[in-house]
Design a protein around this ligand. Structure first.
Ligand code: GAP
Length: 460
């Protein structure tokens, strides 16, 4: 039932079933930071593996990289983040809550985003202030707007007491680690333009307001691919990347009616052209991934600030130029939330309501659950363990002998396990096992010796 797919239900399910926990939960949590539980880490890894397979393994023109979270502080000066990477902040004059002016405007239907000039957002804010309220205390008086830099600082390697004068930063986007390794990759591998460098990793942003569960967090993971091209190729390559990225989400099982393109009217400082893919989350259409034509901004700036020559010499035409970059930048957490929102179903069945996560099989955290019918019959338990041991090397499996079979099925439905295999007396006497399908709830009896082949076919 679609109306049950609310954020409240999803957040409760995510904690109850071991997908997402608030960070440092026993201490009351830590704002805008979350941990992945036993099933959450499997789902997240499956999403990242699907991305890596499409982006690196199946392409001849893209290589991978894993750069560090910490970099020389000059990287962030060159990239423009120390000065240009900020959100518009206002403070409630009564309760001193710090709020994002652009999202407050958006919430009352006034278009605004963080890329607008301070003066423009301030004007919109002043014009609409009678309609704006502090979400925490309801007050309508706010300070003037100022830009708040999102980079997270650290004292790593600095042992002085006034380290804030020379901070290092936790990376605000993973792609800067790619640009500063561009020359190393060119020098050490056989790549030729056009080619891409892909990376998955953590990024950190001091987001002013944390909202909508794992949608906007202060620590998150990005899956980014930077494609280096000749400037003349921009339009053609940008369109190709748009098609590929759209298809990626369809291949993950997302219904196309829940996806849409959104062009940026106000461009962020590095972008020449930008489109987002938005997903229809339970709180409406919001950004899932950004596709940016970054021109030669990044390599030119890093060339200038580092004093290194980052021009490319075309081996055939002998033309020398700074490559342009087209970027695909997706959030792991947002893809996770989109997949969860898409898969969460509550349906009426004979004996009540069941919650079932209809994950695409390749993303399901556990592929097969194996049950002995009765836990107090050692011969059934031993046989079920044998079956579990034979399957666990190929698939993520779970052995469960707790509670009655009906309860075990419901639990597996809630974590989205596509198949449950039950070992009963028929297995011992006739060599048959019962397979139950998550989506149809139908049960089938097959020969144990055919089980592996059957599952391989279903899960391929
Ligand atoms: N390198 C370009 C870049 O970082 P972005 O639009 O700022 O562009 C790209 O971020 C993607 O990273 C977003 O589409 C989103 O999926 C994810 N993302 C950004 N900020 C996030 C946050 N605070 N929490 C979770 N995901 C975030």
């Amino acid at each position: 039932m679609a109306e049950k797919k609310t954020m409240e239900n999803i957040i409760a399910w995510a904690k109850r079933r071991g997908f997402v926990f608030p960070s440092s939960d026993i201490y009351g949590g830590f704002s805008a930071v979350y941990d992945l539980g036993p099933y959450g880490v499997e789902l997240s890894n499956n999403i990242k593996n699907a991305w890596w397979k499409t982006m690196v393994q199946e392409r001849e023109d893209v290589v991978g990289l894993d750069s560090s979270i910490f970099m020389n502080a000059k990287v962030w000066e060159a990239s423009g983040h120390t000065t240009g990477f900020s959100d518009p902040l206002v403070e409630c004059k009564k309760c001193h809550s710090r709020l994002r002016a652009d999202t407050m405007l958006e919430d009352i239907g006034v278009s605004a985003d963080e890329k607008m000039a301070v003066e423009e957002i301030q004007k919109k804010f002043t014009d609409n202030v009678k309609k704006l309220k502090c979400p925490n205390c309801g007050n309508q008086k706010f300070t003037d707007l100022k830009k708040f830099n999102l980079l997270v600082q650290s004292n790593l390697g600095n042992f002085t007491s006034d380290w804030t004068k020379e901070p290092v930063y936790l990376r605000g986007e993973t792609c800067q680690g790619v640009y500063v390794n561009y020359k190393n990759v060119i020098d050490s591998s056989r790549v030729k333009i056009p080619f891409g460098i892909a990376q998955i990793g953590k990024a950190f942003r001091n987001e002013i307001t944390a909202r909508q569960f794992i949608f906007r967090t202060r620590e998150f993971e990005q899956m980014e691919m930077q494609y280096f091209i000749h400037p003349d190729m921009t339009d053609e390559e940008y369109d190709k990347l748009r098609e590929d990225r759209w298809q990626f989400y369809l291949n993950l099982g997302i219904d196309k009616k829940n996806l849409r393109w959104q062009e940026h009217k106000n461009l962020v400082f590095y972008a020449k052209k930008a489109f987002d893919i938005e997903y229809n989350f339970p709180f409406g259409f919001k950004e899932l991934e950004g596709l940016h034509a970054r021109g030669d901004w990044d390599l030119s700036r890093h060339g200038e600030f580092s004093g290194q020559d980052l021009t490319y010499l075309d081996p055939i035409t002998k033309e020398k130029y700074i490559p342009n970059v087209i970027e695909s930048s997706a959030g792991v957490g947002r893809t996770f939330l989109a997949i969860v929102s898409e898969s969460y179903v509550e349906e009426e069945v004979g004996d009540g309501t069941r919650i079932v996560m209809k994950f695409p099989r390749k993303l399901a955290p556990v592929k097969i659950a194996i049950f002995p019918l009765l836990k107090n019959k050692p011969e059934l338990v031993t046989k079920a363990k044998e079956v579990f041991d034979s399957l666990k090397t190929k698939y993520m499996c779970e052995f469960d002998d707790n509670g009655n079979i009906g309860k075990r099925y419901r639990r597996q439905d809630e974590i989205g396990t596509p198949y449950c295999v039950t070992i009963d007396f028929d297995t011992l006497e006739k060599g048959n096992v019962t397979i139950r399908d998550r989506d149809t709830m139908e049960q089938e009896s097959i020969k144990l010796e055919d089980l592996e082949k059957y599952l391989a076919e279903k899960l391929k």
